[in-house]
Design a protein around this ligand. Structure first.
Ligand code: MG
Length: 263
């Protein structure tokens, strides 16, 4: 990965329409101990609003593992924004159209739900996030040894008992979700819808790797965080750098006359 060059996104916004895809946690919100308190970077909502106000220059999608209802609550905006939740299983288009893709996984999710309530010790630092289409086990606050044991058992149960589900590890979280899920699928669907727009994707976690791969060499795949092996072409250090890059992008977009003001 090379550092995202300063001015690269401004130059892109001058010459092309942009399909801008943003992961949420660790990308436009800092990672915090309690995922329920992951508020966006203070500048993010207004920047997103400015980008969403220029559909002539950009399409904007938030692509997250979280549920759409949670993303809406955190961001406080949905006009002009495509919300992709639960790793592509939920999509809410700006015209209000919803897509849900639970597939054949409901019975397996019910089986896993029962296993979790019987086997994850309560009051020991675990948090179970039941997202209807997926189940995530957060272990950031659990003692390391218990976390290792419970997560191994969770993974074992999923592998042996829920054929429609697959495991997706993340930062102090292990998640079981339908095999048909994946940010890569979601990004490919967005690219088909916005053919001709150059894709830009910012993400910080393992679940973003599929999306980086779906962008390939035709756009900007940008990893957020310290150097590591990744399919992304570019890298920035932190959500603060994402905000800086978005500011650069929107400033360039706004230098083009708004279609409503054109003679
Ligand atoms: Mg993330």
């Amino acid at each position: 990965m090379t550092p995202l060059p300063e001015g690269a996104l401004a130059a892109l916004a001058h010459r092309s329409q942009v399909l801008l895809c943003l992961d949420y946690d660790g990308t436009i919100a800092e990672i915090v101990e309690d995922p329920a308190r992951a508020t966006p970077h203070p500048d993010a909502p207004s920047l997103l609003r400015r980008i969403a106000a220029r559909p002539d220059r950009a399409a904007l999608a938030i692509v997250s593992g979280r549920e759409i209802s949670v993303l809406r609550r955190f961001l406080g905006i949905d006009e002009g924004v495509i919300l992709v939740g639960v790793h592509g299983l939920q999509i809410l288009w700006p015209d209000g159209t919803r897509e849900m893709n639970a597939g054949a996984s409901r019975a397996d999710l019910a089986r896993l739900r029962a296993w979790v309530s019987a086997n994850v010790p309560s009051g020991s630092g675990f948090r179970v996030e039941d997202k209807e289409f997926s189940i995530a086990l957060h272990y950031r606050c659990a003692p390391a040894e218990t976390a290792g044991r419970v997560c191994d058992a969770f993974a074992e149960f999923v592998k042996n008992n829920t054929p429609a589900l697959t495991l997706s590890p993340g930062k102090c979280v292990i998640e079981a979700l339908p095999r048909i899920a994946g940010k890569g699928h979601a990004v490919r669907a967005l690219r088909r819808r916005f053919a001709g727009f150059v894709p830009v994707y910012f993400g910080d976690d393992l679940s973003d790797e599929d999306a980086f791969a779906a962008i390939g060499d035709e756009g900007f795949s940008i990893f957020v965080g310290p150097e590591r092996t990744s399919a992304a072409r570019y890298r920035v250090d932190s959500p603060r750098d994402v905000i800086r890059a978005l500011t650069e992008l929107v400033t360039a977009m706004e230098s083009h006359p708004h279609p409503a003001n054109r003679a």
